[in-house]
Design a protein around this ligand. Structure first.
Ligand code: FPP
Length: 245
């Protein structure tokens, strides 16, 4: 299966809770539980990278009690999940701007990254305080310090993004019935296949995941080319580029 990286926008926790007369925080708790279940499922399917959009830069404008609840879920995750990550040979990575996070969470992240970095079969990337535009801005600021503007290339920008060591997502899934990308992996998803489902995130099961992957496998990825030229090895400007006459 030519699928290296699945990225998921886990939407619908609030509605899941509302339908049951529960507080939004209960939806997020159930959502975190489902993040564990889907991580296991992705591992079983031997897909080496999974990115989960746990908190966006825009989510930082949510009510304080909701943010407190989300951070508390992350604290629990970082505290309790390490044995499971190690047991299942999962390396944790985090993307996003950590400057917004409380010091103890930053410390737990550093620890989790370190202890899971050695022996792994799969990488779980948590996007926390992450925004696609923010990622690009931070990358450009870094490049501007080091590089001549005329020498800026696609490769240099990609290498300065939070995802520099991670392949671009092949498949981006959004649960919860909305049809948008919401500032998730903006640069990296330029050629991703998109899959939208009405299932609310806590209800999105391994069977739903398999359905999304089956839909992905039916797609033909041409990267802006045609059936005839898609097989050309070189991507981007090359000898094969046509002339505009
Ligand atoms: C969107 O649903 C979801 C979020 C803003 C948070 C996602 C976070 C989790 C699932 C917890 C993950 C934690 C770990 C540690 C992996 P929404 O609240 O916008 O739902 P709604 O559209 O129904 O209101």
């Amino acid at each position: 299966m030519n699928l290296k990286h699945i990225a998921i926008i886990m939407d619908g926790n609030g509605r899941w809770a509302k339908k049951r007369g529960l507080r939004r925080s209960a939806g997020h708790r159930e959502g975190a539980k489902n993040a564990r279940r889907i991580t296991r499922a992705v591992g079983n399917l031997k897909v080496p990278f999974l990115t989960l959009y746990a908190l966006s830069t825009e989510n930082l404008y949510r009510p304080q009690d909701e943010l407190d609840g989300l951070i508390s879920l992350m604290r629990d995750y970082l505290k309790n999940e390490i044995p499971t990550l190690l047991e299942n040979k999962i390396r944790l990575m985090v993307i996003g701007d950590r400057k917004y996070l409380p010091a103890d969470v930053k410390k737990s992240i550093d620890n989790a990254l370190e202890v899971t970095s050695k022996d792994y079969k799969m990488t779980l990337v948590l996007a926390i305080c992450y925004g696609g535009r923010d990622d690009v801005i931070r990358a450009v600021k870094q490049i501007a310090k080091e590089s001549d503007v005329a020498r800026i290339t696609e490769k240099k920008i990609a290498a300065a993004l939070d995802t520099c060591d991670i392949p671009d997502p092949d498949l981006v899934i959004r649960t919860g019935g909305e049809y948008r990308i919401s500032n998730f992996l903006t640069w990296q998803s330029a050629y991703s296949e998109l899959y939208f489902t009405k299932s609310l995130w806590p209800d999105f099961s391994p069977a739903h995941l398999k359905r999304a992957i089956a839909a992905y496998e039916r797609r033909e990825r041409r990267y802006g080319r045609t059936d005839e030229t898609v097989g050309d090895k070189e991507q981007g400007p090359s000898k094969k580029m046509g002339k505009l006459r």
